[in-house]
Write a protein that binds this ligand. Structure first.
Ligand code: PGA
Length: 250
């Protein structure tokens, strides 16, 4: 019913020439895999090369962040409008690295989601708890707070087009993947939280899992009923691993 969606977050890896080469390899490897939506998120600098390389392919391009504002005196920022004009389709918003290292508060994340809608980018909204929050039994509280801030002021129709990425912070880049059941439980909670909107919203919203997804653990996660895809970090830099993950989704 919901089309699987696999996105690769390349983080601060791959200068333009290398990114172009990786995009070319992925384009070949994934050309037959049309049963899932696929996207890659290169650095801003590599976006033009990757957009060009993937133009006639089944792989979309995402940004890893967007500015709040459309234009102006905001040194170092890149707006959703500029990304859209450069051929970007999706934007990752509220990634835990942005939240923890770059001051993206819930209020900022909300404005960035608004910026995506203003510019016509599809938002991938990341939520997830830290290890101390999990140990304190606060997973649902944290995720609910991030969802209500991130989705604030959106219509039900708009919310239904957002992708939510559940990324427990303790599983990101640590090799410590959530078990399929742990992940599915939180996904089920997110879907029940979406029950505050008309029922088509919870039915349509895709919820990706992220945090140490690899070729070897993808099938277990993606076979869970509430897991609609994956947001992949480290393994997205490997053609073999990323291909195995997309395969597991389709
Ligand atoms: P990881 O990162 O797959 O390297 O754990 C996931 C993410 O940060 O989106």
């Amino acid at each position: 019913m919901r089309r699987p969606f696999i996105a690769g977050n390349w983080k601060m890896h791959k200068a333009p020439v290398e990114a172009d080469a990786l995009a070319e390899s992925l384009k070949r490897a994934l050309s037959e895999m049309t049963a899932a939506d696929i996207a890659v998120a290169p650095t801003f600098l590599a976006i033009p090369a990757v957009v060009g390389r993937l133009r006639h392919s089944n792989i979309g391009v995402a940004s890893q962040n967007v500015a709040v504002e459309a234009q102006g005196a905001f040194t170092g920022e890149i707006s959703a409008e500029m990304l859209k004009a450069a051929g970007v389709q999706y934007a990752i918003v509220g990634h835990s690295e942005r939240r923890q290292l770059f001051g993206d508060t819930d209020a900022v994340v909300s404005k960035k989601v608004q910026a995506c809608f203003r510019a016509g980018l599809s938002a991938i909204l990341c939520v997830g708890e830290t290890l101390p929050e999990r140990e304190a039994g606060q997973v649902e509280d944290v995720v609910a707070r991030q969802l209500s801030a991130g989705l604030a002021d959106l219509s039900a129709d708009q919310v239904s087009t957002v992708t939510i990425a559940y990324e427990p912070v303790w599983a990101i880049g640590t090799g410590k993947v959530a078990t399929p059941t742990q992940a599915n439980d939180v996904h089920a909670y997110i879907r029940s939280w979406l029950g505050r909107y008309p029922s088509f919203v919870a039915r349509n919203v895709r919820i990706q899992y992220g945090g140490s997804v690899k070729g070897s653990n993808a099938a277990g996660l993606l076979s869970q009923p509430e897991i609609d895809g994956a947001l992949v970090g480290g393994a997205a830099l490997s053609v073999e691993d990323f291909t195995a993950i997309v395969k597991a989704a389709t």
